[in-house]
Design a protein around this ligand. Sequence first.
Ligand SMILES: Nc1ncnc2c1ncn2[C@@H]1O[C@H](COP(=O)(O)OP(=O)(O)OP(=O)(O)O)[C@@H](O)[C@H]1O
Ligand SMILES: [Mg+2]
Length: 176
Amino acid sequence: MHILDILQNGLEAGASRIELALEEDLSKDLLRITITDNGKGMDKVTLDRVRDPFFTTRTTRRVGLGIPLFAATAERCNGSFTIESAPGEGTTIAATFQHSHIDRPPIGDMVTTLLSVILGQEHVDLHYHHKVNERDFEFNTEEVRARLGEVPLSHPVVRKWLREYLQEGLSALHSS
Ligand SMILES: Nc1ncnc2c1ncn2[C@@H]1O[C@H](COP(=O)(O)OP(=O)(O)OP(=O)(O)O)[C@@H](O)[C@H]1O
Ligand SMILES: [Mg+2]
């Protein structure tokens, strides 16, 4: 849910490209999550206030919890949290967690998270990189789109292929 929240922020910031990287290093007992978008970015004043739960530029409600909650979870799990952002350039959020920490939320259903971004926003490209120790899996909608030509990612046959491809790629990462 944290990841989905942060991806959503990138979409709301008008990004045309989002990169999500997960790095699980079990020998170091470390999980690192990095999310980069090329959206509108934040100026210094916004950036200074963004970890405050009572700061939001939303007009529909008065609290913005995506970033403060993600930061709090990382810190509770002996991890760290950083945001870098520049107006007109984009934003990078990086969080680390002690992989085995009892409070670390499970990574969850990443296939559904990825598909909701890929299929929800046809014009946004998503680059996913997931590393578990020495194994890795990469997925880039730009490459898929180039191969599909005119066929949209949301075409039922493509959609089914995407789900299966992601499921297989991710389960291969964790199999013994
Ligand atoms: N990737 C981003 N690019 C540009 N601005 C961002 C980005 N992420 C967050 N912000 C700014 O920081 C504010 C706070 O973000 P946060 O996710 O904490 O709350 P929210 O998105 O406003 O509400 P919620 O996540 O609870 O739905 C946003 O309203 C937005 O102005
Ligand atoms: Mg948000």
